[in-house]
Write a protein that binds this ligand. Structure first.
Ligand code: ATP
Ligand code: MG
Length: 431
């Protein structure tokens, strides 16, 4: 046998039965998005590197050290596996002039790539679900997006997340705060770690986003952006809070919340849990009114968020979420392969009725279909509610035996093959 190949470190296979939890989450997401009138967008996984350098900012964790970038072997183009999707969505919106007739509400789901140290809740290929509202400047849309996230938590039964809010104000307010921040950190230069020293003059706000516990006290006492906000920024922030209050959404204001990308302004927020250790941010987002302009579009405001699918599913598991059973409704026991031309159309008619059918099949057809006993064992192990027994005696009379494997265990009935679709229809209405 050849040497085994394994998955790339930090990139995971999502296998059944675990994958059923992913599908269930995705189904809920589609429904919640539909209810809020957000429509699906799918952008490429590979984008020009320049999109992220320009979009996210040069002095950010992602651009500085987390991107999977490579040169196209054929034409030398600089490309990157997307580390997040907002920049790609904005590129697509600009490229296809989607804001031509007004704002757009969009959502996406898919894999993202960041070269980080793999640990619980932090992977190199991970998955995000995100919502973006582009071309809307008012606080009601910031609030709508937060309420959308809350509706999703409710739909999937996610508890134990709290909402933190902050406002990053507008560029002139940020500039004033930045000056105050530099003065403050310069006064405490001896306490800065390497990252902070490097960022002191290039991007001091980023220092506040540090994950280094040694920087925590220093960061907590740093000048707060909220204290630099003018009347308009404050009014926007207060309007978001008022809508959340009216909807009974609890939140706390965290003046040190800055988020990892440079593109944010005004409202920023995170949903955080204490139950996943230091990977506690489940969802994060905010307003990015200047990104569309920076990516070459005509200036238009926008706001959005992204959640980490692995972290959400992990938290649901922490909460003791029951594993969704994915068993077929029926298992077809087929003693003789020669009967397949008769059996197969019956199975298809059941499936058309919405009944899920697992067809018995041997690993090697040279061995025949296997004994009835071994087929029954497999039917039981599959978790199916019914075994459909296509034995020679039954088939000679154009019939099949239906045996209950769970409720009313052992009870059996014969049905005409031609009536099986009706049986399926009746069963489907009880599922
Ligand atoms: P963190 O502070 O945990 O590094 P972040 O600020 O880099 O997160 P965002 O870029 O805002 O995260 O991405 C939104 C969400 O995507 C995060 O809140 C998190 O749930 C998830 N996420 C980010 N990076 C990873 C990763 N490497 N593995 C798994 N999930 C991730
Ligand atoms: Mg990160």
């Amino acid at each position: 046998m050849a040497d085994k190949l394994t998955a790339v470190k930090g990139m995971n296979d999502i296998l059944p039965p675990e994958s059923a939890r992913w599908e269930a989450l995705e189904t809920q997401v589609r429904e919640v998005m539909r209810l809020h009138a957000y429509r699906n967008i799918r952008t490429p996984i590979v984008e020009p590197t320049a999109l992220f350098v320009r979009g996210l900012g040069e002095v950010t964790d992602i651009v500085e050290k987390e991107m999977y970038s490579f040169e196209d072997r054929l034409n030398g183009e600089q490309l990157t596996l997307r580390p997040e999707s907002t920049a790609g969505v904005v590129r697509a919106v600009v490229e296809h002039n989607l804001l031509y007739e007004g704002g757009k509400r969009l959502y996406y789901m898919g894999p993202m790539f960041r070269h980080e140290r793999p640990q619980r809740g932090r992977y190199r290929q991970f998955h995000q679900i995100g919502a973006e509202a582009l071309g809307f400047g008012g606080p009601e849309v910031d609030a709508e997006l937060i309420l959308l996230a809350c509706a999703l938590w409710q739909a999937i039964g996610l508890q134990d997340v709290r909402l933190e809010l902050n406002s990053l104000g507008q560029p002139p307010e940020r500039a004033q705060h930045r000056a105050a921040l530099i003065t403050y950190f310069e006064q405490h230069a001896d306490q800065l770690d390497e990252d902070a020293k490097r960022r002191l003059h290039s991007n001091p706000l980023r220092i506040l986003d540090s994950k280094n516990p040694a920087m925590k006290a220093l960061n907590e006492a740093a000048p707060k952006l909220l204290d630099f906000l003018g009347e308009e920024s404050l009014a926007h922030f207060n309007a978001v809070c008022a809508i959340l209050d009216a909807n009974g959404v609890a939140y706390s204001i965290n003046p040190r919340l800055v988020r990892g990308m440079d593109y944010y302004n005004l409202t920023v927020f995170e949903f955080i849990t204490e139950r996943l250790g230091s990977q506690g941010t489940v969802c994060g987002g905010g307003r990015y009114d200047y990104l569309i302009g920076e990516i070459g579009g005509k200036h238009a405001p926008a706001v959005g968020w992204a959640l980490g699918v692995e972290r959400v599913l992990e938290l649901l598991k922490e909460q003791g979420e029951a594993m969704t059973e994915v068993a077929p409704d029926a298992y077809a026991i087929i003693p003789d392969a020669a009967s397949l031309p008769i059996v197969s159309p019956v199975l298809q008619s059941l499936r058309r009725m919405g009944v899920s059918v697992h067809m018995h099949a041997p690993a090697d057809s040279a061995d025949g279909m296997g004994s009835m006993k071994s087929q029954f064992k497999k039917a039981d192990a599959s978790g199916a509610r019914y075994a459909l027994i296509f034995g020679a005696d039954e088939l000679a009379q154009h019939q099949v035996t239906v045996k209950a494997l769970r409720d009313g265990e052992g009870a059996q009935q014969t049905h005409a093959l031609a009536q099986m679709a009706d049986w399926g229809h009746r069963l489907q209405s009880t599922l």
